[in-house]
Design a protein around this ligand. Structure first.
Ligand code: NI
Length: 210
């Protein structure tokens, strides 16, 4: 096992569409082991193969309590088969050192994938829990999409990126998600206490990197 170099925002290969894995070979299993080691080393909750220079449809997540035992989930050739609801998610990415911003995500997702033994499984994550958001974040990496493409406010996102000397949001990459934005705004209007809670969490927590 070895720790791999994580590619940073601005590198063209992060914007490429990744290829399906044909066979979960020994080589793929080794790559997954290295990805897990790299993710834990970087204190991340998720890592996608393109982030370590392999444009293959693989990602790993571990949203378990960092103080408890590890609980990695490996997704090979994942497909999102259901998504619904909308939520504000405050996200960072291992390819964007230190930069966090508010993005739009679905609240509930169901994903089908192959596990490390090449066996199919289905995973559902609801209510906007970290797993639901991490799955969407990592899945995007496989299509060359990045969390900033979902930003709720590109001025806020650009300020954060500039602070860390990263290139600005690419306007033609921004995803039109007005329907998600409308739902988030409506939710926030009816649940001001949730908005306050999230604000506090953002201020207090270190936040997880994906
Ligand atoms: Ni990421």
């Amino acid at each position: 096992m070895s720790i791999l170099k994580i590619i940073e925002y601005g590198t063209p290969s992060l914007r490429e569409k990744s290829k399906e894995v044909i066979k979960v070979s020994k080589k793929i299993k080794n790559l997954v082991s290295d990805m897990l080691e790299t993710m834990y080393h970087a204190n991340g909750v998720g890592l996608a193969a393109p982030q370590v220079g392999q444009n293959l449809r693989i990602f790993v997540v571990d949203v378990s309590d960092p103080k408890g035992p590890i609980d990695p989930i490996v997704f090979i050739n994942p497909k999102i088969i259901k998504k619904s609801g909308a939520i504000n998610s405050y996200e960072g990415c291992l390819s964007f050192p230190q930069a966090y911003t508010n993005v739009r995500r679905y609240k509930n997702v169901m994903v089908k994938a192959l596990d490390i033994n090449g066996r199919p499984f289905v995973k559902e994550a609801r209510d906007g829990i970290l797993l639901a958001r991490a799955i969407q974040h990592e899945f995007d990496h496989l299509d060359g999409k990045l969390f900033i493409d979902h930003c709720r406010n590109r001025f806020e996102a650009n300020n954060v990126l500039a602070k860390y000397n990263l290139p600005p949001v690419e306007e033609d990459r921004l995803i039109d998600e007005q329907f998600l934005e409308d739902e988030i705004v409506e939710y926030e209007k009816n649940h001001p206490e949730e908005v306050e809670k999230l604000k506090k969490e953002i201020e207090e927590s270190e936040n997880s990197k994906q």
